[in-house]
Each structure stands twice: as structure tokens, then as C-alpha cells.
Design a protein around this ligand. Structure first.
Ligand code: G4P
Length: 294
């Protein structure tokens, strides 16, 4: 699978993150709860070495709750502070401030021993494109935000947003690019719409997604499209068909039900693919997690 990020953007974004790293106490990293590993760039571990770390499992409203709980444990075991958020609705967002304070308690204690009072905790938000960084910042800051360093005469380079509890947040999130190390990662990013459709064959993506869903979330599919469960079971058990043909057979069934029919009364598979992807990305197929915590 071939996909090209823009190297210029990547270098610039990384440089900006490196420069800001010395200013912050804690790195708040957003990941997509449906694909917590595919939506991470592991370079961040090196970039934010020696910083307090908080992982936000975002878009939890779209992920399988049971699996999200497993991911929470997974990251906690690796030494991260973890929170679950739905940046769009705001659920869990404000609560992250108390977790930031907890994650930085050693720094606060050091400050206290040195007689330093009220030095703010400084935080940076980072994550891959589309993971919800801007939505999260907007939800966290709301209308009550006060920008510091925004007075005339003050260099307008770095803007810190003052939050509750004496936390300051860098207003520009750090952008990291996903690491497209395997087809599995690329597909996960395509399913969720992070990799845009112009550069990747949608029908191939939808085929792979349907295959995954039939294996792991079959009822979500049959319920969404009102498919007859027995018919689906029969298609998938048909020994005369190759594995990939079985999946296409179910896609054709979905296409038929949804009226994706073209001239000659055959199923328009491309249209069916778009229907399935749109339904998945908008949450119409239910709460689904694509990666399992191991
Ligand atoms: P970024 O800054 O990291 O690039 O991401 P951004 O905030 O722009 O969010 C990307 C998309 O993800 C937006 O949808 C946003 O609403 C959505 N989003 C962010 N957090 C959540 C969440 O917790 N749950 C859900 N369901 N969606 C979330 P969009 O369709 O691109 O824009 P819009 O229609 O919301 O304006």
C-alpha cells in the first residue's frame, strides 16, 4: 500500500515540537481509541523522554467500551497516565486537568521543597492528524480561556492558554505523522478516514473492513443492514467460494438491500463500499474497535 506524507511538513512539525519540548512538563498525547497503536507515532516516546506522560484515548464514543478498558490497562502498565475522552461531546475532557496535576505531582513537590510557589504546569497536546486535537483544546478551553502573552509589545510567538489549577497549555498542538509500517496500520488509518480516500482504493479498504467486521462484529453488520442472519451464515460457510468471494457475496447482499444497483441489475460494488465506509466512519455500524490490546 503506497501512501506519501509531505516530508517538508513533517520536518517542520517535528522541529517545532522539539523546540517546545524544553518548555513543557507534561505531554498530553491523543490517540484514536478505535486504533490506539496505529494512531500513535512511537517517535513521541523519544521526543518526550523525561516528561510526564498522559495518553488520552479519544473518540471513545465510537470505540468498543470493553476493549477501551483493556487499552486503558495496557497503557497504564507501560507507565502512562490514561484518560478516556469524547472531545466532540466534552465527556471526560475537563477531568483531564486533575489527571495532569496528579501526573506532575513530583514536579510540584520539588518546587515546593525549593520554595517555588505557583509555577504553572505547562502542557503540550500532540497526536496524528484528525485524532481530535483541536476539538479537544476547544472543548477544554471553552469560553473561559485567557491567553497569556497576548498583550501588545509581547512577542506573539508562543501562546499559552491558562486553564484551571494553574495549568498552561501551548495553544498549538504538536502534529505527528502516523508510521505506515504495515498494511494493517495503513488499513486501520484508512478505515477511520485518517488517510484520505483519493490516495487509497476505497473498495479495497471496504472489502477489508467488511472482512474484519464479519469476523469480529458480525451482528453490527446484520443489524445495520437488516440482513437475514441465516443467509449471511450460509454465504460465509459456502465451500464452493474462496474466502474473499464469501466477503464479496455479503457485500453484494448489502448493496442489494441498500439499492446500490447499476444497469443490468448488477450490484454496484464501489457504491456499496462507500456506503459501508461512510456508515463505519459516522458510527452507524456501532461502537467498534479495530485493534486488540495484546
Ligand atoms: P485534529 O486537530 O487532531 O486534526 O482533529 P480535529 O479536532 O480537527 O478532529 C477531527 C474530526 O474528529 C472532527 O470531525 C472532530 O469533530 C472529530 N472528533 C474529535 N474528537 C472526537 C470524539 O471524541 N468523538 C467523535 N465522534 N468525533 C471526534 P469532522 O467530521 O472532521 O469535523 P466536524 O464535522 O466535527 O466539524
Amino acid at each position: 500500500m503506497d501512501f506519501q506524507w509531505y516530508p517538508g511538513h513533517m520536518t517542520k512539525a517535528k522541529r517545532m515540537m522539539q523546540e517546545n519540548m524544553k518548555l513543557i512538563d507534561i505531554m498530553i498525547e491523543l490517540v484514536d481509541a478505535r486504533i490506539p497503536l496505529s494512531s500513535r507515532n512511537p517517535d513521541i516516546d523519544q521526543l518526550a523522554a523525561n516528561k510526564s506522560r498522559l495518553i488520552l484515548l479519544n473518540k471513545t464514543d465510537m470505540a468498543d467500551e470493553r476493549v477501551t478498558a483493556q487499552w486503558e490497562e495496557y497503557f497504564k502498565e507501560k507507565g502512562f497516565y490514561v484518560a478516556r475522552t469524547n472531545a466532540r461531546s466534552g465527556k471526560g475532557v475537563k477531568g483531564t486537568q486533575a489527571i495532569v496535576m496528579d501526573a506532575c505531582k513530583e514536579k510540584l513537590e520539588r518546587d515546593r521543597k525549593r520554595g517555588i510557589k505557583n509555577r504553572p504546569i505547562r502542557a503540550m497536546i500532540a497526536g496524528i492528524p484528525n485524532v481530535g486535537k483541536s476539538t479537544f483544546i476547544n472543548s477544554l478551553v471553552g469560553k473561559a480561556c485567557t491567553k497569556t502573552g497576548n498583550k501588545p509589545g509581547v512577542t506573539k510567538q508562543k501562546q499559552w492558554i491558562r486553564l484551571a489549577n494553574n495549568i498552561e497549555l501551548l495553544d498549538t498542538p504538536g502534529v505527528l505523522w502516523p508510521k505506515l509500517g504495515s498494511d494493517e496500520v495503513s488499513l486501520n488509518l484508512a478505515y477511520t478516514g485518517t488517510i484520505k480516500s483519493e490516495v487509497i482504493d476505497e473498495t479495497e479498504v471496504a472489502y477489508n473492513l467488511t472482512k474484519f467486521l464479519l469476523e469480529n462484529y458480525r451482528e453490527n453488520v446484520t443489524e445495520r443492514y437488516k440482513l437475514n442472519q441465516e443467509d449471511v451464515e450460509e454465504m460465509l460457510a459456502n465451500d464452493e467460494l474462496e474466502e474473499n468471494e464469501k466477503v464479496v457475496e455479503v457485500m453484494n447482499y448489502i448493496g442489494r438491500v441498500r439499492g446500490a444497483v447499476q444497469r443490468g441489475n448488477t450490484i454496484d460494488l464501489d457504491k456499496t463500499a462507500r456506503i459501508i465506509l461512510t456508515d463505519f466512519r459516522s458510527g452507524n455500524l456501532g461502537r467498534i474497535t479495530l485493534e486488540i490490546a495484546k
